[in-house]
Design a protein around this ligand. Structure first.
Ligand code: BES
Ligand code: MN
Ligand code: ZN
Length: 516
């Protein structure tokens, strides 16, 4: 279980406490006696840490100093990391509750700190019999006048100028009332959705087959009020999804194609935002089998699909007034008597033919079918998330995702902005035509393998061929899964993409940017 965040107005009892301030002089009067103040001041001045701690009989007091000089995105990230650090101490001491005291009305920083605490306390324990070292933190209470005021304020302030994004501006329905500010409830929903996403990624293939994945998404839809439909192998055949079927050929398990839809009555958009996630529940490489240790973490190859399911789950639970659809093609990629072999030519959902030169470049095959399927929604924007290429990892590592766009320059700029704010950052790569030339086949319309250089770009170009709408491709192969614990991102599945897309969609709703 991940801790929940609770806004409280009760006076603090004796319990573990974190005081969040910008400088020592802002320490609220009455909280500490002169001796304590002197001790803490010495600690701050000599250690120069952003977190200092002080033990009172039976409980701990932490002081966290927000660094004022940084830009807001870096400042909030420092808060999340400090939250993770303090949560680590509290969990080590087996604390179950902590109170955070907002001494200076720093709502956003307080929320980021709590977010880091909660996400940093995540653990995947399903298969652990030994119940040692289990995180104990359950409740994170926030005592904040400024947050309380904003939660009680019934309406989110509307921005003065509205940005129009494309074609015809459709005014919001007259009955539309801005939704109440709900920062803390939304944050809890988001944190739980990230935890859910991490669980799905951390589940090994021995549990999480394509069918089990689709059942998990069905559960999430039922719990959140979203609509869900699972297309089985028969339907996938009827739809002629040759990419998904081709990749599945070597498997003993059938493929699935899961569609989750959130279409509230008060949706601000008419055309949906469609999210597409790569759901390769295990990638052995197929007949081009992955050598050595390179197969090791390939249970993570459904991280894109997990993020799509989890963000739609979050959007539905938060009841954001935005029409979104999630498409998740899922299968494992294995060698087998029936498996695709290099040189095979398959016909995709949109009728294009693809020469499969490497069965390990399978993600683009299943995504291509989903991207052409997306056209039936007449989408305003399609964003895919995929652990697509090792080239993306080599290019930028684990600290961000590779992004490319087609016909969606402004949308990508806004997504990048959300990326900095939630610290799921994006690096844009070009969709230049020359890369498209490199995946033309002599025998078929396309080949699924380009030259060794710029593999993440030729992969994106491949996908673009199956789109005709504003499109953003995110290659999350680097940040989706990490071997070594990295602050509140944890270890294993990180849930990358959930916070990014939730923030992007939340801003669409709040700023009424949805004019499609
Ligand atoms: N799932 C992998 C990409 C990947 C690599 C994800 C490392 C996470 C970490 C993908 O299906 C793959 O195998 N890509 C190949 C493509 C190549 C054969 C063109 C790659 O990047 O090596
Ligand atoms: Mn592969
Ligand atoms: Zn793969």
């Amino acid at each position: 279980m991940i801790p929940s965040i609770i806004l409280t107005s009760k006076e603090q009892e004796l319990q573990d406490l974190v005081v969040v301030i910008t400088k020592f002089s802002k320490l609220p009067a009455g909280l500490f006696n002169a001796a304590e103040k002197k001790f803490m001041k010495e600690q701050v001045e000599t250690l120069k840490h952003d977190v200092v701690s002080y033990n009172r009989m039976g409980y701990w007091v932490y002081l966290f100093f927000i660094r004022e000089e940084q830009d807001s995105s870096k400042r909030l990230e420092a808060c999340r990391k400090a939250g993770d650090k303090v949560a680590g101490f509290l969990n080590a001491q087996k604390s179950s509750r902590v109170a955070i005291f907002d001494a200076e009305g720093k709502s956003l920083e307080i929320l980021a700190f709590a977010e880091g605490m909660a996400l940093g306390s995540y653990q995947f324990l399903k298969y652990k019999k030994d119940k040692e070292n289990i995180n104990t933190l359950k409740e994170i209470e926030i005592y904040s006048k400024s947050l309380e005021e904003s939660e009680n304020n019934p309406f989110v302030p509307r921005p003065v100028s509205r940005v129009q994004l494309s074609a015809a501006h459709v005014p919001p329905p007259a009955s539309h009332v801005p939704r109440p500010a709900s920062l803390v409830p939304d944050l809890n929903i988001l944190i739980q959705s990230v935890a859910h996403c991490r669980d799905l990624i951390n589940e090994p293939n021995s549990y999480l087959t394509a069918t089990v994945f689709s059942k998990e998404v069905e559960k999430m839809a039922h719990d959140s009020g979203a609509h869900v439909e699972v297309l089985n192998k028969q339907k996938i055949e009827a739809l002629k999804m040759g990419g998904l079927l081709g990749v599945n050929q070597g498997s003993h398990e059938p493929p699935t194609f899961t569609v989750i839809e959130w279409k509230p009555a008060d949706a601000l958009n008419i055309k949906p935002v469609v999210l597409v996630g790569k759901g390769v529940v295990y990638d052995t490489g197929g007949m081009n089998i992955k050598p050595g240790d390179s197969m090791l973490n390939m249970k993570d190859d459904m991280s894109g699909a997990a993020a799509v399911a989890s963000v739609v789950y979050a959007i539905a639970r938060a009841k954001l007034p935005v029409y979104v659809v999630g498409l998740m093609p899922a299968t494992d990629n294995r060698p087998g008597v029936q498996a695709l072999v290099p040189g095979d030519i398959i016909t995709m959902h949109n009728g294009m033919t693809v020469e499969v030169l490497n069965t390990d470049a399978e993600g683009r095959l299943i995504l291509a079918d989903a991207l052409s399927y997306a056209k039936r929604y007449d989408p305003a924007l399609v964003i895919d998330l995929a652990t697509l290429t090792g080239a993306a990892v080599r290019a930028i590592g684990m600290f961000g995702a590779v992004a490319m766009h087609s016909k969606a320059p402004e949308e990508l700029e806004r997504l990048k902005k959300s990326g900095y704010d939630v610290y799921e950052r994006l690096v844009e790569f070009p969709m230049w035509d020359e890369y498209g030339e490199q995946i033309k086949s002599d025998l078929a319309d396309l080949k699924n393998l380009g030259p060794p250089e710029a593999g993440m770009i030729t992969a994106g170009k491949f996908l673009e061929k199956f789109t005709d709408y504003p499109y953003i491709h995110l290659d999350i192969a680097g940040p989706a899964f990490i071997d070594k614990r990295s602050s509140y991102r944890g270890q294993g599945g990180t849930g990358f993409g959930v916070r990014l897309l939730f923030e992007f969609v939340r801003r669409m709703a709040e700023e009424e940017l949805v004019s499609w």
